[in-house]
Design a protein around this ligand. Structure first.
Ligand code: SF4
Ligand code: SF4
Ligand code: FES
Length: 528
């Protein structure tokens, strides 16, 4: 393993690493535009020029492999002069758009100008080459040719990752421009990633642009819940509102990317129809209730029915949208009631999937159900059948509505006939209209928890925003139900619930929020 020195610090690194990567390991940032760890090396922007002893010329750090005894200087006068020169060159034809550019606040031209340049332009404004602006090049992406610094990250992504090649660089010299290939539109399932990797404001998101200045937004680490892949994401939010999802690096799951459907799925988390108060059925209609009263009624009625009619009188259906913590508590709840617990993992027939990230299973936690011994095996149909023939005294539906995949007419007898129907959900759906008690719970963007992805990787998500109205995290509501029924103490938080799950279930043994870190850990194969 070669040992080299960068800015006076010695480091031993694996053979084949580039200088930019070695510097990164030392916490030294070498400015760069075209280099991206998920793409081939283009070496075209020259922003990463550094001084390397015994080399007559400066070298680009992104395409220079480390060698034993190498001495690198990233802050020498020669390096600084090169950084200033490259920035001046890149800015010659760059428009003065910062006040109206959606990239402001996360633009590498702005940042590097402040860090490495800070000189007045020597180029008269009228002499700048004008190019086309605000061109919609696909459903998600807007192109501003003037702002492009021709780093070719976008074209490499489309050539190397999606293999769709919608964009290319045309013309020569200072007339070079990014343009759609003839007859093409930037409309592939991963098109939004080009916005993330464009270091400047040349490619902006048609969904996000002009909705918020990024410096006002806060971020929370999370996991996309729109399919079983569990791509790692960051939720950008402000004052209780989610503005965008962006991918977060996890080489074992999604590398640096996410799909467009997942990217836009934040809309489903704050759409219409959210349940905001516990509801209890009055004479005809629902009456808003307090949590204490609604929980008291659920525990009282289900407890009475279970005692009166014995094991199997209560049925619980848990969906693969429930986090691991809620699945665990539902199992505890079911055990205390002697209930039959069935799991469901439903996806629209023919749902899009590919051999890259997107899975046909549109549920984030099907594997989590399996690892807790709840295979989605059709037992829900038996429960609904039992409810419709009067053999079930109570039914609890958790984060699901059977009318999503069954005809309403087929489900209605079960929902109407069962003496007690309890629904825990985020939104008001068909099934909640038949409920005796409706308990409003948080989406995964509003609470802490974990999902287990298709490969068995247990991954954490963090609360980004507060649940609306009186809605509460699912682990909290279920924890209350369990503790009221069993007399145990309430759980202090999602972490405590996970710790109890890890103690009880072999698949999660040895795992905890601290050990999961930000990239998750694989669960064991064993069931509960
Ligand atoms: S549009 Fe952005 S990513 Fe593409 S070449 Fe220009 S600056 Fe680079
Ligand atoms: S592939 Fe699945 S988990 Fe990843 S972003 Fe898309 S929908 Fe979300
Ligand atoms: S980052 Fe090295 S040349 Fe662009």
């Amino acid at each position: 393993m070669p040992t080299l020195e960068i800015d006076g610090q010695r480091i031993e690194v694996p053979d084949g690493l580039t200088v930019i990567q070695a510097a990164e390991r030392l916490g030294i940032e070498i400015p760069h535009y075209c280099w991206h760890p998920g793409l081939s090396i283009a070496g075209n922007c020259r922003m990463c020029l550094v001084e390397i002893e015994k080399n007559p010329k400066l070298q680009i750090a992104c395409n220079t492999r480390v060698a034993d005894g190498m001495v690198v200087r990233t802050t020498s006068d020669k390096t600084k002069a090169a950084q200033r020169a490259v920035l001046e060159f890149l800015l010659i034809n760059h428009p003065i758009d910062c006040p109206v550019c959606d990239q402001a606040g996360e633009c590498k031209l702005q940042e590097y100008y402040m860090d490495y340049d800070r000189q007045r332009s020597r180029f008269p404004l009228p002499a700048k080459v004008r190019k086309k602006k605000a061109i919609p090049i696909g459903p998600l992406v807007m192109l501003d040719q003037e702002r492009c610094i021709l780093c070719a990250r976008c074209t490499r992504f489309l050539d190397e990752v999606t293999h769709t090649s919608e964009l290319a660089i045309y013309e020569r010299g200072d007339h070079c421009e990014i343009e759609l290939a003839p007859g093409k539109v930037l409309d592939n399932p991963y098109s939004g990633n080009v916005v993330d990797i464009c270091p400047v404001g040349a490619l902006t998101s048609r969904d996000f642009r002009f909705r918020a200045r990024v410096w006002y937004l806060e971020r929370a680490e999370s996991v996309c819940g729109a399919c079983a892949n569990g791509c790692n994401i960051e939720i950008y939010h402000r004052e209780g509102r989610i503005f965008r999802f962006q991918p977060r690096q996890n080489l074992a799951v999604n590398q640096y990317w996410m799909c467009d459907a997942g990217r836009l799925s934040y809309r489903d988390l704050q759409g219409e129809g959210r349940l905001t108060h516990p509801l209890v059925r009055g004479e005809d209609e629902f009456v808003p209730s307090t949590w204490a009263s609604a929980i008291g009624q659920v525990v009282g009625r289900l407890g009475d029915l279970a005692r009166e009619h014995g094991p199997g009188a209560v049925g619980i259906v848990v969906s693969a949208h429930a986090p691991n913590e809620e699945v665990f508590l539902l199992r505890c709840f079911g055990a205390a009631l002697g209930a039959r617990v069935a799991a469901v993992s439903w996806s629209p027939p023919g749902a899009f999937h590919d051999d890259f990230l997107v899975k046909a299973d549109k549920n984030p936690n099907t594997e989590g159900l399996r690892r807790q011994g709840l295979a989605p095996d059709g037992a829900v149909d038996e429960l609904l059948q039992a409810a419709s023939t009067g053999q079930l005294q109570a039914l609890v539906l958790h984060r699901m509505d059977p009318t999503a995949w069954l005809d309403v007419a087929a489900v209605r007898p079960a929902l109407e006939r069962v003496p007690c129907l309890v629904v825990l959900d985020t939104v008001r759906r068909e099934a909640s209209e038949y409920a005796d008690v409706v308990l409003p719970i948080a989406t995964y963007a509003e609470c802490d928890g974990t999902f287990t992805n298709h490969a068995g990787r247990v991954q954490r998500f963090h609360a980004a925003v507060a649940p609306p109205g009186e809605a509460r995290p699912g682990w909290f509501v279920l924890g209350e139900l369990v503790s009221r029924l069993t007399g145990g103490g309430p759980y202090e938080g999602a972490e405590a619930v996970f710790a109890a799950l890890a103690e009880e279930c072999a698949a999660f043994r040895g795992l905890g929020y601290a050990t999961l870190g930000s990239e998750g850990r694989l669960a064991a194969r064993a069931g509960a």
